[in-house]
Design a protein around this ligand. Sequence first.
Ligand code: FES
Ligand code: FES
Length: 160
Amino acid sequence: MAKIPVQFRLNGTDRAAFVDAPETLLNTLRRSLGDFAPKYGCGQGACGVCTVLIDGEPHLSCLTLSIACEGRQVETASGMASGPELHPLQAQFMEHFAAQCGFCTPGMLTAARSLLDKNPNPTRDEVIEAISGNICRCTGYEPIVAAILAAAGSPGLRRA
Ligand code: FES
Ligand code: FES
């Protein structure tokens, strides 16, 4: 099958890859572009560990075709820090010990980032709703919610 060229902006940098028509964004990110932040969990849209932002909105990269990302802005947890400076969500996840095995963390961070970019001061219920599609196998939800609430309203919130 002939490969199809696709170009999009990944964490602020123009990237290109040759993909198969049915290839998922998750596969392109991990196998072709070396971004291992989005994880492969269920591969069926049920766990949220593959969550990335496309044009600022959370999407499940295991259900997104790479060719559908042509010309769009894709952001992953890999691009949240600014050099040595952590994004407030990353800093608060560390502060609150919100990662146990860490498998869900990149998806949680991107889902939370989408929320705080739109609503810098969410309620606890809004935080829970925003991460409701993200499963933490370690069931460490309380520290995750606490970390997101602690990051809310931070002056360091910004888009990459
Ligand atoms: S790997 Fe995409 S939702 Fe589970
Ligand atoms: S910290 Fe292990 S899956 Fe969430």
